[in-house]
Ligand binder design. Structure first.
Ligand code: HEM
Length: 450
């Protein structure tokens, strides 16, 4: 049984100061051993109480049954504002409903059969790029996976492909953004000065925007002047969207915010999951063989992927062990009682797929990589109830089917063309900032199959 790396839990007597500095590395580093099985945790920081519900009925209450009482907090909005402004991910209530009515129709372009040819072109380009690399050395897969995932969503939004320079700029700028935004949020949580973190976050966000801002500007101008909304893609549907009550279109800034979020959500999470899946496959050659036997060598089609159970299980298990969004934060707006505790307005709730999906009360051998658990009847209930990499309730991910299909196409194609193995030596270290990434990168050996 293979158990991939995860941070060693803190000693139970770790001081608040130690926890503060550990939190610098991200959310998953501040857990104790019993955090995985607790019903609900509590963290008290100056001026705010943070609760960590880890029992499924509580999680359902917050994300589904009484979700209106637990909106997304101001802290999340502030952390992501430099990048995505007030877009669909961070707003609440009526504002979210209005944005949902305007933005969700654009997801018609992510429907599986519509998106499949676009994905295939981007994956062919990925295979070409790998073929041009020096395969005698381990390859760092993180930027490769960012490039292919960003290219797929870029083509789906704008109908043009993302060049290597743009992909590299996005990879590096988002890495810096994560290093800036997450400690910034911790300082804010502890009510401490931000020490220029916000300015730096804005600078990295501007670099990411510079890749697509000119495209949006040009298409917006063409639409306003000539009524030409351009090719059939996400941007066109957003240009043509109208506010459900006022009938107004998106302003240029609104458009930039929504596109930035769809672009960010549509590639960074997928890239994180793909990089972890590559790591797990490289450590488990028997899984590569099983996938290869299942899908054969013919070009992958929509139907082959639909029936590729082993491949699907590997990706689902990757998302269980390494959920790209490893925690969701909500705020408490009304006095409420949970587990006989009085919880006051202004408190924060942190729902963590990282903890829930690694809780031994939900899954046996929770830290082990066991893709077969997704077809084990004894774990079927856990796989439905305690598995939430895409969230739960009305704010659940809109792109989950798209993400699953793209991941299966990327991973299946790579397994068809290459054998992967993991070089001896340093293991990747998961750190959870905006998304879950390896702090030291993920390096994999590729050898072309005969
Ligand atoms: C493996 C890949 C992905 C993962 C793990 C993921 C995860 C998530 C999660 C956990 C949420 C909800 C967070 C919360 O409740 O606070 C979310 C929301 C969202 N995701 Fe994804 N996502 C992925 C890929 C995508 C893709 C490819 C797209 C677009 C094509 C997308 C679009 C969205 C949107 C629009 C929302 C906001 C929904 C709303 O609040 O109305 N995601 N995602």
């Amino acid at each position: 049984m293979f158990t991939p790396p995860f941070p060693a839990p803190l000693e139970s007597n770790a001081s608040p100061l130690r926890r503060f500095f550990t939190s610098w590395k991200g959310w998953i580093h501040v857990h104790f051993k019993n955090s995985y099985t607790m019903k609900m945790g509590e963290i008290h920081v100056p001026k705010v109480n943070v609760y960590v519900p880890n029992e499924l009925p509580l999680v359902n209450e917050i994300l589904e049954d009484r979700q209106r009482n637990f909106p997304k907090p101001e802290l999340l909005r502030e952390m992501l504002a430099p990048l995505v402004g007030d877009s669909i991910f961070t707003v609440n209530g009526k504002q979210w409903e209005e944005q949902r009515d305007m933005v969700y129709p654009a997801f018609a372009h992510t429907r599986m059969k519509v998106a499949f040819p676009v994905m295939q072109e981007a994956v062919d380009d990925l295979v070409g790029r790998i073929g041009e690399m020096d395969l005698s050395q381990p390859i760092k897969v993180d930027p490769l996976m960012t490039h292919v995932a960003a290219d797929i969503i870029f083509r789906t939004i704008f109908s043009v492909k993302l060049d290597a320079e743009g992909a590299s700029r996005i990879y590096h700028a988002f890495h810096k953004f994560q290093l800036t935004a997450q400690p910034g949020a911790i300082l804010r949580l502890y009510n401490l000065p931000m020490f220029g973190f916000l300015g730096r976050a804005r600078r990295w966000a501007r670099q990411i925007h510079s890749t697509f801002r000119p495209i949006i500007q040009a298409r917006y101008d063409a639409y306003c002047k000539e009524g030409d909304a351009g090719p059939s893609d996400i941007l066109r549907t957003l240009l043509e969207a109208r506010h459900p009550e006022t009938g107004e279109p998106f302003s240029l800034q609104d458009l930039i915010n929504q596109v930035s979020f769809i672009f960010l959500a549509g590639h960074e999470t997928s890239a994180s999951a793909l990089a972890w899946a590559m790591y797990l496959l490289a450590e488990c050659p028997e899984q590569q063989d099983a996938i290869h036997a299942e899908i054969g060598d013919a070009p992958l089609t929509f139907d082959t992927l639909k029936n590729a159970e082993t491949l699907r299980n590997v990706f689902q298990e990757t998302l269980r062990l390494y959920p790209p969004v490893s925690f969701f934060v909500r705020s408490v707006v009304h006095q409420t009682e949970m587990r006989k505790k009085q919880i006051s307005p202004g408190s924060l709730m942190v729902v963590s797929p990282w903890l829930i999906q690694r809780n031994s009360n939900n899954f046996p051998c929770p830290h082990a990589f066991q893709p077969e658990r997704f077809i084990d009847p004894d774990q079927a209930d856990a796989c439905r109830q305690a598995y939430l990499p895409f969230g739960k309730g009305p704010r659940k991910c809109t792109g989950s089917a798209f993400a699953n299909q793209e991941a299966m196409l990327v991973l299946g194609t790579i397994v068809q063309k290459f054998r992967l193995d993991y070089p001896t030596g340093q293991k990747p270290e998961p750190v959870s900032r905006v998304t879950l990434r390896s702090s030291n990168g993920i390096f994999v050996n590729f050898s072309p199959r005969a």
